[in-house]
Design a protein around this ligand. Structure first.
Ligand SMILES: NC(=O)c1ccc[n+]([C@@H]2O[C@H](COP(=O)([O-])OP(=O)(O)OC[C@H]3O[C@@H](n4cnc5c(N)ncnc54)[C@H](OP(=O)(O)O)[C@@H]3O)[C@@H](O)[C@H]2O)c1
Length: 215
């Protein structure tokens, strides 16, 4: 059976995965780039931006798992676009013509629209479905490979609450955001269902790997 994986979701020390006051120009609101500075310091992260250089240590090694074995992604409407994107018929996400997914991507939304085929193998499909229904659809599209639960925090919470996540990589960033959207609300005791490994990086972030008990 293919696995359901959450990959390198960055959260602040106080548990926020995005900030407040998001807009077209500020996809993470008042958090700015602070949740992802660690990522864009790596070779992998800089490569995503078409830039040379970057660190090649533990953060880079974790990031390189991103595409490995993944056949489809499910993401929330809040990751696909800024608040109000569904009123813009031309909106194709913030990643440009060749998004970094290279697989089918299922966008959970109450405002479905026709699928959009992008360069490089990414096709966005828009579905109004429960987490379990969306997973069934994504699994079919993934052709036996794993399904990435791409975020943001609201949709990840839904998949965790439904007990659907097998592996989860969370990156705790040593900043305090104070406001935004929290990842952990309503998930009291979640750790009981997982074995958890922790790796501290010299960059200052902490990688938490959750593996469902008994997998
Ligand atoms: N820290 C990280 O590593 C990381 C990673 C990814 C994203 N992010 C950030 O997280 C933010 C987005 O997160 P978010 O929590 O606000 O939103 P989200 O989880 O991306 O999406 C939530 C929205 O998706 C739609 N939705 C969710 N479940 C659905 C269902 N079962 N059926 C139909 N529609 C459903 C609803 O939108 P509608 O009702 O409007 O359709 C809902 O408000 C962005 O700032 C993004 O940049 C951070």
């Amino acid at each position: 059976m293919s696995l359901v994986r959450v990959q390198h979701i960055s959260v602040s020390l106080d548990g926020f995965a995005t900030g407040e006051g998001r807009s077209l120009d500020a996809p993470f609101g008042h958090a700015g780039e602070r949740l992802h500075d660690w990522m864009f310091a790596t070779r992998w992260g800089r490569g995503m931006l078409g830039r040379p250089g970057g660190t090649g240590g533990v953060d880079d090694a974790f990031l390189r798992l991103f595409t490995s074995g993944i056949g489809a992604e499910i993401m929330g409407a809040g990751k696909f676009g800024y608040p109000g994107w569904h009123k813009d018929p031309e909106w194709k996400g913030p990643w440009g013509p060749n998004p970094p997914f290279h697989t089918p991507v299922f966008v959970l939304t109450h405002h479905p629209r026709p699928s959009i085929e992008m360069e490089g193998g990414t096709t966005f499909h828009f579905i109004d479905a429960s987490p379990a229904e969306a997973l069934e659809t994504a699994r079919e599209a993934a052709g036996g490979q794993d399904v990435r639960i791409g975020g943001g925090p609201t949709m990840i919470r839904g998949f965790l609450a439904a007990g659907l996540v097998d592996h989860m990589h969370i990156v705790v960033v040593p900043i305090l955001l104070g406001r935004g959207v929290r990842l952990w609300d309503g998930l009291e005791g979640l750790e009981k269902d997982y074995e958890i490994e922790t790796t501290s990086s010299p960059s200052g972030v902490t990688h938490l790997m959750f593996t469902r008990t008994g997998l």
